[in-house]
Design a protein. Sequence first.
Length: 221
Amino acid sequence: MVRAMSQDPIAFLKEQFPALHAKGFALLEEKAAAGSALAQTMLANAKPVIGQAKLDFTGAGTVYVASREGQVEVSDDEIAGIDIKIVAEIPAEAAELVLGQAMSENALEDERFLMGLTQVASAELEQALAGREMTCDITIADEPELGDVVVRLGFNVRELPANPQFTARIEYDDLEQVREGKVNAQQLFMGGKLRMTGDYSIAIQIAMQLAMKAQQAAARG
């Protein structure tokens, strides 16, 4: 009997995420062996990373997700011997909505989604950050069911500061346009629909580097 996937974000990460991640890696390895340059690039981006993320789902609890050379481990407690490289505070209700939508659309069975899961660990992002700290609060405005949703992120920190280096605000409808592939974040920023305040120079620099590498990888196919 196949166990139904949970929309609870912590239960999902503990019970289903490792298997989905492994499935994504298997797909990448199969495509890379068949000669896909894009799959080879994605493997090279994810496999060397050793680090963990501390994810606080507001109102539901905290979970730690560690990546070690292509394999993930999920725990209620900090995993010894692996540095915390990402800290996030995410409203649990928002995470549940995202999971519910993905499940209703059968997105979790999509090959692109599964392979994309492997990129939660990113050597390219680590290299672009070069050990620098980066913290931000992102507001997704006017979500139909929850109103304004605030996600707090920190890179190369163990705890989130009271005041982040910068903030960003995007309308829910515009974020949906990004998700559907109709526009990208750069177009929204240039059009004034992704509004940022504070010192976001590092974020812009990193975004440009990653976008350029993504374009090069896509061109190689």
